[in-house]
Write a protein that binds this ligand. Structure first.
Ligand SMILES: O=C(O)[C@H](O)COP(=O)(O)O
Length: 316
């Protein structure tokens, strides 16, 4: 049986699938050609990340499709219920990338509190006379230790983020409409551990209390952070979004960055992907990454092998 991994798959995933008797095609097929390709090549399994959309049109056009696999967490690029109603298995790998996303959250947080994204672009050149001015511009750094991190969405990625924050000596608060409380176990190198219970609170109280806010929610209708939410946040709050574009109102965010209400933002996802608005791209208070939360060798290895084992157990 053939597997089309249209947005790529790790070598370990390919090897595991081949061992299970599958042929893996890693050719990148253009979105509008996917259905034709699947039918012409008798593909049984289509694997995607976030780039390829598997909507009703492809599902209707490909009666031979048995599995749609999402290498990653968010399924907003797949018409999941419709595919299932047609008897197609839809799988994803919700646990494989939590650590990588959480580490990216901290990359943005550290960049934000020490202005790394901006200072990278402004290092003095030979003969530059404004070295002191430059140092002064970045003099007001902030330590994360002792500050309060507000985590919106305390699922797997939220919990991985909470562990790192606790390890750094931050206070962690969370808001989640589905998870009332969670025990977070921080494990240290020497085998010791501490467990902390995080009780979910209202979004409003989180916005008021947090020094930094990070979002870990799926795509949804409407903003979680818009003008009203920004208005009740602390002066000089830092905001990170490595979840989904569209959960922050970018126009309101830029306004709040310009006014100084928000000190910095770290964005991995955007209302407009893959090409965010210029006001976002050019803003010196925004640390930018192009949707790379899960883009580590370790996460992609876990994703590839987990997809392979699910596919083998369904079709093998
Ligand atoms: O939902 C996810 O798993 C992340 O957004 C990663 O998306 P990607 O696989 O396209 O990098």
């Amino acid at each position: 049986m053939k597997v089309l991994a249209n947005d790529g798959i790790s070598k370990s995933g390919i090897l595991a699938l081949e061992k299970g008797g599958f042929e893996v095609i890693t050719t990148k097929v253009a979105q509008e050609q996917v259905a034709n390709f699947v039918n012409e090549n008798n593909v049984s399994v289509v694997l995607v990340r976030s780039a390829t959309k598997v909507r009703k049109d492809i599902i209707d056009a490909c009666p031979g499709l048995k599995i749609i696999g999402r290498g990653g967490v968010g399924m907003d690029n797949i018409d999941v219920d419709y595919a299932k109603s047609k008897g197609i298995h839809v799988i994803n790998t919700p646990a494989s990338s939590s650590e990588s996303v959480a580490e990216l959250v901290f990359a943005h947080l550290f960049s934000g509190v020490r202005f790394l994204h901006d200072s990278n672009r402004n290092m003095p050149l030979e003969g530059d006379t404004n070295f002191d001015g430059l140092k002064k511009a970045y003099a007001n750094g902030i330590e994360l230790r002792g500050k309060t991190l507000g985590i919106v969405g305390i699922g797997r990625i939220g919990q991985a983020t909470a562990k790192m924050a606790l390890g750094l000596g931050m206070k962690v608060i969370a808001a989640d409409s589905f998870i009332p409380q969670v025990d977070v176990k921080v494990e240290f190198f020497d085998g010791q551990s501490i467990t902390t219970t995080i009780v979910s609170q209202s979004l409003e109280s989180l916005f008021k209390e947090a020094d930094f806010i990070t979002l870990h929610v799926p795509a949804q209708d409407g903003y979680i952070i818009g003008e009203a939410a920004l208005a009740i946040m602390k002066e000089g709050v830092g905001i990170v979004n490595c979840a989904r574009g569209g959960v922050i109102d970018e126009v309101a965010l830029v306004k709040a960055l310009d006014s100084g209400k928000v000190l910095f933002a770290g964005l991995d996802v955007f209302e407009n992907e893959p090409t965010p608005e210029m006001a976002i791209l050019m803003h010196h208070k925004i640390s930018l990454t192009p949707h790379i939360g899960a883009a580590t060798g370790e996460a992609q290895d876990r994703i590839g092998t987990e997809l392979a084992s699910q596919i083998i157990s369904i079709l093998g």
